[in-house]
Design a protein around this ligand. Structure first.
Ligand SMILES: Nc1ncnc2c1ncn2[C@@H]1O[C@H](COP(=O)(O)OP(=O)(O)OP(=O)(O)O)[C@@H](O)[C@H]1O
Length: 581
């Protein structure tokens, strides 16, 4: 079948990887099935070779028969070992292939959905690991064992019908115990890891806020609750462990009882005059192979159930969080931003966060967005960026929808400062250059404009200092570098969340000057802030209230909602601008 052409988008790459993994897994499992049939046939052949040797040689005393019998038996044994090796190789290959082929497309597809609560790259990688680890030798061997059970069972009546009854009884009992044991072991593991993570969480919190804890005498109460949590968790885990240990013992007893009951039945039948003397070797072989899969069926079923759920979740990345159609590289914009009747709500049962917003920013306009905590300022910036798709209406840069713009092309025209300026791994220069090959002239220019240059040259290796290595940058330093990254490449549109969030007065003044420069250069800027000094530097000030953007006058610059407070000392210029808006 001809392969569907891929458009190279993360969604298409993931879809292609899923299809390819399904196809390859099917081919590999088919080869395994062939090897399985071969190994079953070989098992029978070894059995019959053994049986005919044990039957004929005691009577014929023929050396030739003995030598040829042993030779055949050895050849069969070596072949069986080789087949086992091949089975192992196929299983290992399949397991590592799944991770190799899927992890990058899965993470890429999720990276495109950054910020959506239902999908995290970490969860996808955990799911992949669950799928991979289920394709281990233990699971596949156990499945192969289960598949051979009907063949083995078909032979048991030839030994004696009583053996068949015993086999059905003990195998069913072992299967039930194995399921119960798997459940108990899982509960034991879950309780133990819950307890550990609660205790670790508490200890980590204590470390993070260590100074406050010491200063306010919270330590004894914290230690008390830590001891309480640890004791409770240890008690729960101990009870679960005891149950699992009892079930494990019961299972071992059942497995041994089956073997013993078959042997003693044969002995009893021999005493009773039945002709079963030649069946001991066959029975030993069959009993072992028959009961073995039932001892592990519980854990195998559980692993497969988890792997199936994980695989379904990986598949649902594509259906649950559809991406907008792949982007278009529109012409270089001038920076005219238009928002038309835009509404937005997060997925799930959530109230509408942004409703019917209309806004037009001509190139070179600087807009400050204010509003209470949680009013939706950061979300508004993400919608303007096209990271979140509006539920209704649209956001357009020079007439082109920002959510339909090719992300890489759009990134060349836009600078973004997230509220938490987390920096990617790399040197300062690489971070500012957005992990591209740094154009040092542009890097230094952006750093100077963000007031970061002096800080950077003071670092141990200047622009070559590695961010998030051993050298720790302060919040303010990171903030300035993040602003420089937003400015890199002279974008036409800047969306800056909590601009000057962790900067001092001097930094705030530098940023206010920067805003004036950007305006002169025709760059459109939307920023959120709580700082009056920066609001004064904006051409327009709008407040996000009840999901809608409203122009603010001096009285409406009061922050509504929880934590309401009036902004202090409003500059006269601000009042004029607000009225004009
Ligand atoms: N991914 C998300 N899924 C669901 N709800 C979200 C998500 N992100 C944010 N929210 C909710 O949307 C609301 C607005 O959040 P947002 O971060 O946009 O507010 P904000 O005005 O920027 O707040 P602050 O000034 O405190 O930073 C909050 O109630 C928040 O809990």
């Amino acid at each position: 079948m001809a392969q569907a052409p891929t458009d190279g988008s993360p969604n298409a790459l993931l879809r292609e990887a899923i299809e390819e993994v399904k196809k390859t897994a099917f081919t590999m499992l088919r080869s395994l099935a062939v090897l399985l049939v071969l190994s079953i046939l070989l098992g029978y052949a070894i059995l019959f070779a053994f049986r005919s040797l044990s039957r004929s040689i005691p009577y014929t005393h023929s050396h030739d028969s003995l030598i040829s019998g042993v030779a055949i038996w050895l050849i069969l044994l070596v072949t069986a070992v080789i087949i086992e090796q091949f089975k192992g190789i196929i299983i290992r290959q399949l397991s590592s292939y799944v991770t190799r082929r899927m992890s990058v497309p899965a993470v890429l597809a999720l990276a495109q959905r950054a910020g959506r609560p239902e999908s995290t790259a970490g969860a996808a990688l955990t799911d992949l690991e669950t799928v991979r680890s289920s394709l281990n030798e233990f699971t596949v061997r156990a499945l192969i064992g289960i598949a051979t059970v009907p063949f083995m069972l078909a032979f048991v009546p030839f030994i004696h019908w009583v053996c068949l009854l015993l086999a059905v009884f003990f195998c069913s009992l072992a299967g039930l115990l194995s399921m119960a044991l798997a459940r108990a072991t899982r509960k034991e593991g879950a309780l133990a890891s819950d307890g550990v993570s609660q205790a670790y969480g508490l200890a980590a919190d204590a470390m993070r806020s260590g100074e406050a804890i010491l200063a306010m005498g919270i330590l004894p109460r914290l230690a008390q609750s830590w001891i309480g949590i640890s004791t409770q968790a240890a008690g729960d885990a101990w009870r679960a462990r005891l149950l699992a240990a009892r079930l494990r013992l019961a299972l071992d007893i059942v497995l041994e009882a089956f073997r013993g009951s078959i042997m003693f039945t044969l002995v009893f039948l021999t005493f009773a005059g039945a002709n079963v003397a030649g069946m001991f070797a066959v029975a030993t072989f069959l009993v072992f192979r028959l009961i073995q899969p039932f001892g592990t069926i519980g854990i195998v079923m559980q692993n497969l159930g988890e792997a199936r759920a994980a695989w379904n979740r990986l598949n649902s990345i594509l259906s649950d969080t559809p991406l907008p159609p792949e982007g278009i590289a529109f012409p270089c914009p001038q920076g005219r931003l238009v928002v038309e009747h835009m509404s937005f709500t997060f997925r799930g049962p959530q109230p509408v966060l942004l409703r019917n917003i209309d806004l037009t920013l001509e190139p070179g306009t600087v807009l400050a967005v204010v509003g209470a905590s949680g009013s939706g300022k950061s979300t508004l910036l993400r919608v303007l960026l096209g990271l979140h798709r509006p539920a209704m209406g649209g956001v357009y840069l020079d007439g082109h929808s920002t959510s339909q713009w090719d992300r890489r092309d759009f990134a060349r025209h836009v600078g973004f400062l997230p509220q938490q300026p987390l920096l990617s791994r790399g040197t300062v220069a690489e971070v500012i250059a957005r992990l591209d090959e740094p154009d040092m002239a542009l890097v230094v220019e952006a750093a100077r404009r963000a007031g970061a240059h002096e800080i950077i040259v003071g670092l141990p290796f200047g622009y070559a200092t590695t961010v998030s290595g051993n050298y720790q940058l302060s919040m303010g330093q990171r903030h300035r570098i993040a602003i420089a990254r937003a400015l890199y490449g002279r974008p036409k549109l800047l969306l800056l969340d909590e601009l000057a969030g962790s900067l001092d007065k001097e930094g705030e003044a530098q940023i206010a000057a920067l805003l004036h420069d950007l305006k002169r250069e025709g760059v459109s800027v939307v920023f959120t802030t709580h700082r009056p000094g920066l609001i004064a530097a904006a051409d327009r000030v709008m407040a996000l209230r009840n999901g809608t953007l409203v122009p603010t006058g001096e009285d409406s610059l009061m922050l509504s909602g929880p934590g309401r407070r009036a902004l202090p000392s409003k500059p006269p210029a601000l009042t004029r601008k607000a009225e004009a808006a």
